[in-house]
Design a protein around this ligand. Structure first.
Ligand SMILES: NC(=O)c1ccc[n+]([C@@H]2O[C@H](COP(=O)([O-])OP(=O)(O)OC[C@H]3O[C@@H](n4cnc5c(N)ncnc54)[C@H](OP(=O)(O)O)[C@@H]3O)[C@@H](O)[C@H]2O)c1
Length: 269
């Protein structure tokens, strides 16, 4: 239990895997009432079964669908009476050079990572203002620094940060806390689920997930930052270095990022 989170109503979109699932588990342990959604019924059922006696509301909802988002937010208010915290977490990634990319890949990624957050925020906003709540967007280091082979992903995260910064300024006198969090590499399913240049699930993962921050550690840092009402949070040493170098030495960042993502002139997928 935690005095700050006890009985707060928290929404986490995409809570069935990775960082979202770690957030749901941590919030329930801290005493919050939690609502989450995802597209897969079985994974939601399994999550519910893991917490039989805890206040967890789940609904099958695809955040790319405006009416699914409305149903999810409205049902959360119907079940728990209000919303204190909205964490826009649901996200997908992509890998492929822009020259080879089906344009639909960029649309799919924008629809989940950007419009999904816009829809949920829109429908939750009245309750969040009434409760002087918190809106969080899970961005990425790719939201500070464009990454090769990830044009759609970086675009979606830059858009998300621009949206949240605008909203933060609009809500300055309403007492609503708005923040965006940029995890570095975090162990999860995101790289297996990434879309390839044809829009199919990539299924292969070129990276060693064991060397990454755990989803649980990422969730812990995030919930701590929400409690402290931080403006932004950038995670992992590599993540912090990338954001710093890109801000002050963008030419050097171009070289380092290119070197990291290409081997023998081929994109590392
Ligand atoms: N892991 C990293 O290294 C990393 C780094 C920086 C930022 N991030 C960001 O962190 C967030 C979470 O990623 P993760 O790494 O935890 O990924 P993950 O393990 O693939 O989990 C993604 C979650 O989002 C849900 N989801 C995906 N598309 C959805 C949709 N259209 N509607 C509703 N739910 C949807 C998935 O559930 P269903 O499949 O059942 O729908 C799943 O629960 C994302 O925004 C990602 O961009 C991750």
């Amino acid at each position: 239990m935690n005095e700050y989170y006890k009985d707060k109503v928290a929404i986490v979109t995409g809570g069935t895997d990775g960082i979202g699932r770690a957030l749901v588990n941590a919030l329930l342990t801290l005493g919050a009432k939690v609502a989450t959604c995802g597209r897969n019924h079985d994974k939601l059922y399994e999550l519910q079964a893991q917490h039989p006696s805890r206040p967890l509301h789940t609904l099958v909802a695809d955040v790319t669908n405006e009416s699914d988002c409305k149903r999810f937010i409205d049902s959360t208010i119907a079940v728990f009476g209000k919303i204190d915290i909205l964490i826009n977490n649901a996200g997908i990634s992509m890998r492929g050079l822009f020259r080879d990319l089906e344009l639909d890949v960029i649309k799919q990624v924008m629809n989940v990572n950007f419009f999904g957050a816009v829809y949920c925020t829109k429908f939750a906003l009245t309750s969040l203002i009434e409760n002087k709540g918190t809106i969080v967007g899970i961005s990425s280091i790719a939201g500070y620094r464009g990454l090769p082979g990830r044009t759609g992903y970086s675009s979606s995260k830059f858009a998300l940060q621009g949206f949240l910064e605008s909203l933060k300024t609009e809500l300055k006198d309403d007492g609503v806390h708005v923040m965006w969090v940029s995890p570095g590499f975090t162990s999860s399913r995101i790289r297996d689920n990434a879309l390839n240049d044809k829009g199919e699930r990539q299924k292969e993962n070129p990276m060693d997930e064991d060397k990454m921050m755990s989803a649980e550690a990422c969730a812990r840092h995030l919930l701590n930052a929400v409690m402290k009402k931080k403006r932004t949070l950038v995670l992992t040493l590599t993540g912090k270095e990338t954001v710093f170098i890109n801000k002050f030495f963008p030419g050097l960042a171009d070289k380092l990022v290119h070197k990291f993502y290409f081997k023998n002139k081929e994109l590392i997928k």
